[in-house]
Ligand binder design. Structure first.
Ligand code: NIG
Ligand code: FE
Length: 433
């Protein structure tokens, strides 16, 4: 018998989401590695083994048992795309949208992302950290153990770096691990260039230049001081009409790649500008949204290592009946992840279970596909697939206990919270001990 720190045993269902070191694609996405009457042994914050309760109890002993009878035991969720560091809210815009205003029109008129920019510039670092901490707490209560977070509401060097500092401070002080993404090319701060008499197009060119010459090199210095994010410090760009065109987006990502960042890109949220192809060709770790992706680009994605991230909460938030065709993506062999895109404008939603519920209903994913899309595939989309996202020997013991004997209920019920207990590195960080 080997001694270990913790044994979680008797789970009605244990989902390993084991994937042999790669994101799941195509038919593999249906396989959650389900073990009935499952158990997991943990030591030093890592998974030692996952299997049948009888087998685990034959091999391991511990002073610390967690009885998971009647429950589902699964990897903690990885949230691979959020904008949770921001100040204030967009409640006025919520009402405008109900009355029929369009998201990109609001942005063109200086609202939307730009309204959050004004609120974020005015906030101090500690205000920003404390407001964001509450959002992270909500996500933890909903089963998230790692969360990617983007900058993008500063749009000037000082505030973008303040946002990055806020992300790093939150990572230090919160039990959920954060993955930092620098997104200075999130919107064009045209008003900042009005005094110089620049048109919106000229402002976009000038701002892209500042991003590449000044902001990315400054963020690269912060990256170099933070060794722990070696594999997962990202730069992202919003390639969209009214934000950054294809050439500007390419320039940002090429500069970021040269500086040693991993790449992500918001593409095809509303308009296909060719961003998916460009980002895949540059080796992006993920491309996100994909509502307007073409069939040809879907084939490119399927043949690449890039993960396709869909954000069905955005479409739901817009009251839209149209969604990214995640069913087609999976059927063509792409590796698909699901994210909430938690942000104040297009998706004020902390709940991955709700994102799964929407994906199942509107994008026709099976609950198993949705679960892999928020665990192992999301971990690969966040650059940490090697160490998180599944219950495999050697990985972080990031484990969520769901208060249901059948995991399908996580997506079947919606609007509630199926999470009972969350373990991070083998320690309870939320719920019942
Ligand atoms: O992923 N599309 C750009 N960025 C976010 C929205 C941010 C906002 O509206 O504040 C998104 O949808
Ligand atoms: Fe986003």
């Amino acid at each position: 018998m080997k001694n270990c720190d913790l044994i979680i045993h008797g789970a009605s269902q244990l989902l390993t989401c084991a994937s042999n070191g790669k994101p799941k694609r195509g038919l593999q996405m249906q396989d959650v590695g389900l073990i009935e009457d499952g158990a997991v042994a943990v030591s030093d914050g890592k998974i030692l083994a996952a299997g049948k309760t009888d087998d685990i109890l034959r091999e391991y002993e511990s002073e610390n048992f967690f009885d998971a009878r009647g429950k589902t035991v699964a990897p903690g969720f990885v949230e691979c795309h959020t904008h949770i560091v921001f100040a204030g809210n967009r409640l006025g815009e919520f009402e405008l949208k109900i009355k029929g205003a369009d998201y990109l029109e609001i942005l063109r008129a200086g609202g939307g992302i730009l309204s959050t920019v004004r609120q974020t510039r005015a906030a101090s670092l500690s205000e920003l950290v404390e407001q964001s901490r509450r959002r992270l707490d909500k996500m933890l209560a909903l089963g998230v153990t790692t969360c990617e977070v983007k900058t993008g509401y500063g749009l000037d060097t000082e505030t973008e770096l303040k946002m990055l500092e806020a992300i790093l401070a939150l990572d230090e002080s919160h039990s959920v691990d954060l993955i930092p993404t620098f997104l200075p090319a999130h919107a064009v701060p045209s008003a900042d260039f009005e005094a110089e008499g620049l048109s919106k197009e000229e402002a976009a060119e000038r701002y892209t230049q500042i991003v590449c010459d000044e902001m990315l090199p400054a963020a690269a210095k912060i990256k170099e001081r933070n060794e722990k994010f070696k594999d997962c410090f990202f730069v992202d760009v919003f390639c969209e009409k009214g934000a950054f065109n294809l050439e500007q987006s390419r320039k940002v990502l090429e500069t970021a790649k040269w500086l040693g960042f991993k790449l992500k890109a918001h593409v095809d949220e509303f308009t296909n500008l060719g961003g998916a192809r460009m980002a895949i060709e540059l080796g992006a770790v993920s491309i996100d949204h994909l509502d307007a992706i073409s069939d040809e680009e879907i084939n490119l994605l399927a043949d690449s290592e890039t993960v396709g991230v869909v954000t069905p909460t955005v479409n739901f938030n817009f009251g839209s009946k149209e969604f990214a065709d995640a069913r087609k993506l999976i059927d063509r062999g792409c590796a698909v992840a699901i994210s909430t895109d938690y942000n104040p404008g297009s998706a004020p939603c902390p709940s991955l279970p709700n994102a799964m519920a929407i994906a199942c209903r509107y994008q026709k994913l099976l609950p198993g596909e949705a679960f892999n899309a928020t665990s192992i595939n999301a971990a690969f989309a966040a650059g940490i697939g090697e160490r998180a996202g599944s219950l495999e020997a050697g990985k972080q013991a990031d484990i969520t206990i769901f208060d249901t004997p059948d995991f399908r209920e996580i997506a079947y019920e919606f609007g509630g919270n199926p999470v009972e207990t969350v373990f991070k590195n083998g320690k309870v960080i939320y719920g019942k001990k």
